[in-house]
Structure formats: structure tokens, C-alpha cells
Design a protein around this ligand. Structure first.
Ligand code: ADP
Length: 464
């Protein structure tokens, strides 16, 4: 038990170490890709903007300039009109700033230019951009300060150059283009950024393959571990079952042996020897117990024989109803008035290809269990039907029933439901194991449905 727990703990520990190790590696790869992505776009942007500076024929903000100048010319008179009303003025300024940002954002050709440039260099052409206005003045007769970013005030004049590039700053965006626009009606400073706020998706795409492989390998390790652990538990369970079997078997063998020993001792007594009838009675007892002992030993021998060889069925076409009647009536003779057995067959004269000896063992095992696992007078209903492929036999009892958990195991070799192990009901845990084996060897199956305290129903199907 302790050894098993140690193995389990070690296994879990190893898996945790593996997962943590993988997570560290993935994190490292992620950071590396993050850095690479940033550096790649940083240098590409730098190249692109340098190339742009050399072009005289192309200005990505031509349209913008035209629209904004027009707009400023109109809006300046509105500003003059409301210059006394502070609230209205503030609202108007906010609108103007929004409009400028919108036009700068949507009417520029820089994004298209960069996109083409990135593509021509063989890199991802889709990216997001962001416009940040640092300072905006509308110029009429008076100058209206629409907006000034606090940090702009402290900027060095050289920072305010026409087209410049500043690649410092946060890694979630790259400043590509900083410009000053001064026209008749406005003065504007703004920055154009490549936005990386959703770069996770880009990185994920790049490392998708290695991430999948790593998750997959971890899954395989976990599955192998669980599988191995399950096997270990199964082995443990089987070894427990074997121990139980040996205990049960010893108990079964000891009972007739003890009776025979006592009977032998009895025969030694002079008083008994003088009485012929007592001698006969004791001899009969010894004979009966010897037969029982012999049966037990044969059964054990049979077990090992059945284990070593495959079932050799000697199949013959047999009228199933006739066979069932024979088996049940000889079983009834065996248990006298003790149990009530009701039979109801609708086999329609079906003949099945069965081995009579094994089939008889199968039905007998089920019937004797139905009698054995009963705490009141047993009432057993035996029903038989056929469909177009199978014969189906149901044996229902009013016995102690079987718990859901035990139902999963009762067909296992040596398995006895927990109450069975304390010798209240004698047995070796082999009856149902053989029932299953015999049914399967005939190409059929056996199933159980039961409720503790209410009784059990065993259903055997065999093709015919
Ligand atoms: P055994 O009877 O020797 O213990 P079996 O393989 O015949 O072995 O049965 C396995 C277990 O299934 C039994 O220990 C018993 O707990 C349970 N069982 C079998 N048949 C019945 C039944 N008709 N009613 C209640 N429990 C049953």
C-alpha cells in the first residue's frame, strides 16, 4: 500500500515537474518570439519610413491635409462665435479632436504603404495602427488651442521634427511616423504607431505548432501514467482477490476435512463401535464428506485445466425447451421443497447449437446462486424467449440483490461481493466467472440487473 502510494506520489511529482518545465520553455519561446516580432517590425518600419522620406512624389497625408484644412476653415468661425461660452467651447473642442483623429486614422495612405512594404519583404502584411495627436491648434484671427498633451510641452524641439522616427517606447506599439502639419487654418502634431496590443494572436500563430506538440506530448505522458497506475491498481485488486480465494478455498476444504476427522475419532470410541447403526451413520457421513471434498478438489483441478486450455465445446442442435425442463426439474429435486421455481417458456421449438454439459453448468450455477443468495424462502422465475437470432433466458430471484459496484465485478474470476467474503454465504467466486465464459464461448453473453434487498435478474443470450 505504502509502496503504491509512493509510486503514485512520485509519478504525480514527475508530471508536475514536466508540466512546469514545459511551461517555462514555452514562456521562454513566447518571450523570444515577442522580442523578435518587435525587432522585426521596428527595423522594417525604419526601412519603410527611410524609403518614404526619399520619395518626393508620394505623401501619405495629402488627402488628410486637404480635408482637415477645409474643415478647420469652417470650424474656426464656430469657435469664434461660442468663445464666451466655456462649456460649449469645451464640447466643440472635443468634437474637433475626435474629427481630426478620425480623419487622420482613416484617410491616410501610410498604413497601405507600410502593408505593401512588409509584404514585399515577405512578412505579415496585416497590422493595426494607432494615431495619437499631441498638439492641435485651430488658427483664425485668434488661435484656439484644441488639445495639448502634457508630455508634449516638455518635448525637445528636435523631437518635433517633420518626419522623424523614435523607436523607443512601449513594446506594444512602435512609433513609426511623427509629424507636424501647419496649414492656414490649423497646426497639428501627431504620432503614427503600429499597434501590437493584440500581438498574442500573432505570436500564437507563430508558435502554434511547437505549442501543440508540447501539449500533445504532455497529454501522452499523463495518459500513460494514468494507464500504468490503473494497471497497478488492477494487479493489486487481482492479488487481493486471489488471497480471498485462497482463504475461501481453505475454509471450504477444512469444513469436510474437520467433519471426517471428527467422524474418524467417533469410530474409535467403543460405545459407537458396539452400535451398528451408529457405525453406518458415521460411515455415510464420511462418505458424503469425502464426495464433497472430492468435488472441491476436482473443481480446483478443473479451474487450472480451463485456464490452460481453450473451451472445447461439443456442440449439438438441442431443443432448448426440453433441456431447460430437464435441468430445472433435476435442480428442483435437489433442493426439495425449499425453493419455488416457476418456468415460463416461449421458445417456439427453437433448437440451439450448444454443448449440453457446459450449458447445464451455466444454468445450474445461476439457479444455485439464486437459492444461495437469499435471506427468505427463494422464489425463482425462469423465463425463456427467442427472437430471430438469439435465445434469451432470464433467471429472476427475490434474494439479497447485488450493489451497483459489485455488479461491475461479479463476473470476474474469484470475485465475491463483500458480504460473500465473510463466509456467510459459502463460495469461491468462480460460479459467475464460468457462467460468463460458457456464454461467451457459445457466442452469447450474460448480464445482470439487480437492486440490493429486492433480488437479481440474470439474462443469458445465446445465438441459435
Ligand atoms: P460464489 O457464489 O462462489 O461467491 P459466484 O461467481 O457465483 O461466486 O458469484 C460471485 C458473487 O456474486 C457472489 O459472491 C455473490 O455476492 C454475488 N451473487 C451471485 N449471484 C447472486 C444472486 N443471485 N443474488 C445475489 N448475489 C449474487
Amino acid at each position: 500500500m505504502q509502496k503504491r502510494n509512493t509510486i503514485l506520489l512520485l509519478g504525480i511529482f514527475a508530471i508536475i515537474v514536466l508540466i512546469v518545465g514545459q511551461a517555462i520553455i514555452i514562456k521562454g519561446v513566447w518571450q523570444q518570439k515577442d522580442e523578435m516580432l518587435y525587432l522585426r517590425y521596428k527595423s522594417l518600419s525604419l526601412e519603410a519610413v527611410t524609403a518614404l522620406r526619399g520619395m518626393r512624389s508620394f505623401d501619405p497625408y495629402d488627402t488628410v491635409r486637404f480635408i482637415l484644412d477645409n474643415y478647420s476653415g469652417k470650424v474656426v468661425s464656430e469657435l469664434e462665435e461660442i468663445s464666451d461660452n466655456e462649456q460649449k467651447l469645451a464640447e466643440k473642442k472635443e468634437d474637433i479632436l475626435k474629427y481630426f483623429t478620425k480623419v487622420l486614422d482613416s484617410e491616410q495612405d501610410l498604413s497601405a504603404y507600410l502593408s505593401k512594404y512588409f509584404e514585399s519583404m515577405g512578412f505579415e502584411k496585416d497590422f493595426k495602427h494607432r494615431i495619437e495627436i499631441s498638439n492641435l491648434d485651430i488658427i483664425g484671427q485668434d488661435t484656439f488651442r484644441i488639445y495639448m498633451k502634457e508630455s508634449f510641452m516638455y518635448r525637445q524641439p528636435s523631437d518635433r521634427a517633420d518626419i522623424s522616427i523614435d523607436l523607443k517606447g512601449s513594446k506594444s506599439s512602435i512609433l513609426v511616423y511623427r509629424t507636424r502639419e501647419v496649414s492656414n487654418n490649423y497646426a497639428l502634431y501627431f504620432d503614427y504607431y503600429i499597434d501590437f496590443s493584440d500581438k498574442q494572436k500573432m505570436i500564437l500563430q507563430e508558435i502554434a505548432w511547437s505549442l501543440t506538440m508540447s501539449i500533445f506530448s504532455m497529454l501522452i505522458v499523463v495518459v500513460i501514467f494514468l494507464y500504468t497506475y490503473r494497471n497497478l491498481m488492477e494487479e493489486k485488486r487481482l492479488s487481493n482477490l486471489k488471497t480471498d480465494f485462497i482463504n475461501n478455498m481453505t475454509h471450504e476444504l477444512k469444513t469436510p476435512l474437520a467433519t471426517i476427522t471428527v467422524a474418524g475419532k467417533t469410530l474409535e470410541m467403543e460405545k459407537i463401535r458396539a452400535d451398528d447403526s451408529k457405525i453406518l451413520e458415521t460411515a455415510k457421513l464420511i462418505g458424503k464428506q469425502s464426495v464433497h471434498l472430492n468435488q472441491l478438489i476436482n473443481m480446483i483441478l478443473e479451474i487450472s485445466m480451463w485456464e490452460r486450455t481453450q473451451f472445447q465445446l461439443d456442440r449439438k442442435k438441442i431443443d432448448i425447451e426440453e433441456v431447460m425442463n430437464d435441468i430445472v426439474s433435476s435442480f428442483m429435486t435437489g433442493c426439495g421443497d425449499y425453493a419455488a421455481l416457476n418456468q415460463k417458456y416461449r421458445f417456439n421449438g427453437a433448437k440451439a447449437d450448444i454443448d449440453l454439459v457446459y450449458f447445464t453448468t451455466l444454468i445450474n450455477n445461476l439457479l444455485s446462486n439464486a437459492v444461495k443468495y437469499s435471506d427468505k424462502e427463494p422464489v425463482i422465475d425462469i423465463e425463456g424467449i427467442t427472437d430471430d437470432k438469439n435465445i434469451c433466458i432470464r433467471i429472476a430471484d427475490n434474494g439479497i440483490g447485488i450493489s451497483k459496484n459489485d455488479q461491475k465485478h461479479i463476473f470476474d474470476k474469484f470475485y465475491r461481493a463483500s458480504s460473500g467474503n465473510i463466509h456467510k454465504y459459502k463460495g469461491l467466486g468462480l460460479g459467475l466467472y464460468y457462467v460468463k465464459k460458457i456464454a461467451v464461448a457459445h457466442g452469447g453473453d450474460v448480464t445482470v440487473s439487480s437492486k440490493p434487498g429486492k433480488g437479481s435478474i440474470f439474462t443469458v443470450t445465446i445465438p441459435y
